[in-house]
Design a binder for this molecule. Structure first.
Ligand code: MN
Length: 353
């Protein structure tokens, strides 16, 4: 490869990463705890939910033929027709919610179809062979992968069980990463609806989510899922803390928003003055990370300074360091708290200052 080609590739890769980051930031609500992947979905009528799914898919795949997705919805709806969720609602709303989460992650059609069908083989009379005949090998493989992750061996003790789960997870991941993404979406919707489960079950699910699923989402770089899982775990494992934090943070909401906006404007004008092309965003830490800080450092909410964060996106590494220079001129850095992830990327290749 010539040098030109490789730097063109690098530029392309960088553009992609930036586009992704921008997308993520756009979707990131300014108030912690309010950020969900499908905040707009507030219906549980199966048809209306299906329409919502179609809207989510159209956003990134406008020309796609959705007839197979419709077919999957009808088959799943009929197969689950005698089942109800713990909330009393028809079971089909669960797989459709899972598919909406997958569509919001902009996954391919096979993943979405498999998301709709993910509990059919496990929970209904339908067989994998029947699904394979209608939807093909790829969808069948995905459904089978998710089904196998769901089947636990109850004879073993807790530790063994968890080791077994992890082993299954790794195997599935090596085969097709989409299996894990569907499983994560499945877990996210189950965590969102955990209030309908019994106390011990809530504890068990939240602990497992914190031990396995949230770190997994983190490592895969799906921060939207990771953050929501974290906050939901906190809600069930530390309900009092959760309540206090949400209440406190809500009281100060307007004040915080105004503060963040002032800082964003200030930073933006300094970047403009220096001639650096930059996009500046403000965000607020999510509940779980505030809580972790309070516990780890023995602080009260008032003593935690970085409930806010400002993100600055620039086009080149050079601008990145230049922007940092400007920030350090504007605000005094705290010794020992600065990390250079450009020179030393994180394990998941995340780079920033
Ligand atoms: Mn499920």
């Amino acid at each position: 490869m010539t040098e030109n080609q490789s730097s063109a590739l690098e530029r392309e890769a960088r553009r992609e990463v930036q586009a992704e980051l921008r997308q993520e930031l756009r979707e990131e609500s300014i108030v912690a705890g309010e950020k969900t992947l499908d905040a707009a979905v507030n219906t549980n009528d199966p048809e209306a939910l299906y329409e919502e799914l179609v809207r989510s898919i159209r956003k990134y795949h406008p020309s796609d033929d959705l007839s197979l997705i419709r077919r999957a919805f009808e088959i799943a709806r009929d197969a689950h027709k005698d089942q109800k969720r713990k909330s009393g609602e028809p079971y089909i709303i669960h797989p459709v919610h899972v598919a909406i989460i997958l569509a919001n992650l902009e996954l391919d059609k096979e993943s979405i179809i498999a998301g709709i069908l993910h509990d059919v083989v496990e929970d209904t009379a339908m067989t994998l062979e029947e699904l394979q005949a209608i939807f093909g090998d790829e969808v069948a493989l995905l459904v089978d992968g998710v089904t196998k992750l769901t089947q636990l061996s109850w004879s073993k003790d807790k530790m063994e069980l968890q080791a077994e789960n992890l082993r299954k997870m790794f195997l599935a991941m090596a085969k097709d990463i989409r299996v894990i993404l569907i499983k994560l979406a499945d877990r996210l919707h189950n965590m969102r609806t955990l209030e309908y489960m019994s106390g011990p079950k809530q504890n068990e699910k939240a602990t497992e989510t914190m031990d396995i699923y949230a770190p997994l989402a983190d490592r895969l770089g799906i921060s939207k899922i990771k953050i929501e899982l974290d906050d939901l775990c906190l809600k069930y494992l530390e309900p009092l803390v959760y309540e206090e934090l949400t209440e406190n943070l809500n009281i100060r909401k307007e004040q915080r928003e105004a503060f963040v906006e002032t800082i964003v404007a200030e930073v933006k004008s300094h970047m403009d003055e220096a001639g650096i092309q930059a996009e500046v965003y403000g965000r607020v830490k999510h509940l779980f990370s505030i809580f972790r800080k309070m516990v780890n450092q023995g602080k009260t909410l008032d003593e935690i300074y970085d409930i806010f964060a400002i993100r600055i996106l620039v086009d080149s590494v050079k601008d990145c360091y230049a922007a940092l220079g400007i920030i350090h001129e504007m605000y005094k850095p705290i010794p020992g708290r600065f990390k250079d992830y450009i020179a030393m990327p994180k394990p998941n290749m995340y780079q920033s200052l």
